[in-house]
Write a protein that binds this ligand. Structure first.
Ligand SMILES: [Zn+2]
Length: 343
């Protein structure tokens, strides 16, 4: 009401600087009276209503766009696809990085501090950087368990869940295998998780999120029909990878995992482990070495030289290659790389 009285007082300035005069008055400056005649009554009521609406709705307008921080570029793409104009999305990790070893960059702190939501892979995949930076960011709304923390893994059926949950010996998958994002069947569930999270935070636009999610899932489902041709080429073929990140994608492609370069996720191989791996690859006729782009090519090349298996270079996150900037592009790049190596 105070504002309203102040606005009324400012109307003698009509014709010169209408809004500015009002603002000056509200800020405590005295209006200059008598410079201009009053405007017609209808016009005055209209202008007054406009300014009042501006005052009443400006705070909510500033929150109309959700500031969302995702941990990976593929999560960022799905969030943009579902959120449209209602979200402003930033990804913390780069597509070529190792999700378990993303540096704790100081630039992440203000992003987390100002975020309305964090979208994470979960299952402790982001253990290296997210918990520590979230603590520093002093934004309780985005901490685990809060509405602003969207843990996508809650919608996915986890694989490789160990009975003994521990980080002993540097184990990086204490809650099961978190590399579910490369399997497009999980892409559909990831969309469900993100749409649910955005709707929880912004129920006014829930219908829009549902509609946009349906479009995304239709497009992905259409692609999955196309990808059946690629999967036909990989069924029953034996493979190894550097890190234990192929469980979901191998299941989708019908590949048989024979082993990994790392004896346990995050543990560097000993010479004996590599020698044993070569023997196993030879005896089991392993044809594909999956080399994740974040690991140096040297080991994969050495294994290929020893065994004749072909190298397929893939990414474990979106954004690593020019053709994998979207979630669908990310999945397709990996499928094609592995299907090519299976020829
Ligand atoms: Zn991992």
């Amino acid at each position: 009401m105070k504002n309203l009285i102040a606005l009324k007082k400012s109307f003698p300035l009509w014709g010169k600087s209408r809004v500015c005069a009002g603002m000056r008055d509200i800020l405590g400056h005295k209006p200059l009276s008598g410079l201009r005649p009053s405007p017609p009554k209808g016009e005055r009521v209209l202008a007054l209503s406009f300014l009042l609406a501006l005052f009443l709705f400006t705070p909510s307008l500033s929150f109309a766009i959700l500031k969302v921080v995702t941990t990976t570029p593929d999560l960022a793409d799905i969030t943009r696809q579902i959120g449209g104009d209602h979200v402003k999305v930033t990804s913390l990790a780069k597509g070529t990085e190792d999700i378990h070893a993303v540096p704790q960059r100081p630039s992440f702190v203000p992003l987390l501090n100002q975020a309305d939501a964090v979208v994470a892979i979960g299952m402790e995949a982001e253990h290296a950087f997210l918990p520590a930076l979230s603590d520093v960011a002093q934004n309780p709304h985005i901490l685990p368990g809060q509405p602003g923390y969207i843990d996508v893994s809650e919608f996915v059926h986890p694989m490789d869940v160990a009975s003994n949950l521990s980080r002993a010996e540097g184990e990086l998958h204490p809650q099961g295998n978190p590399h579910y994002n490369s399997d497009p069947r999980n892409g559909l569930l990831m969309a469900d998780a993100i749409a649910a999270g955005l709707s929880r935070l912004d129920p006014t636009n829930a219908e829009t999120y549902r509609t946009r999610e349906s479009h995304f899932k239709e497009e992905l489902s259409g692609k999955m029909k196309e990808w059946q041709n690629l999967i036909q080429k990989t069924k029953g073929i034996k493979m190894i990878s550097h890190h234990r990140d192929m469980a979901y994608l191998a299941d989708y492609m019908g590949l048989i995992i024979v082993g990994e370069v790392e004896p346990k996720p995050g543990i560097a191989p000993s010479p004996k482990h590599l020698k044993d791996l070569v023997e196993r690859m030879k005896s089991e006729n392993v044809r594909i070495i999956v080399r994740e782009v974040q690991y140096a090519e040297k080991t994969a090349q050495w294994l290929s030289d020893q065994t004749g298996a072909k190298i397929a270079t893939i990414a474990t996150m979106g954004g690593a290659f020019p053709d994998s900037q979207t979630y669908i592009g990310f999945v397709e790049h990996n499928l094609k790389a592995i299907a090519d190596a299976a020829q």
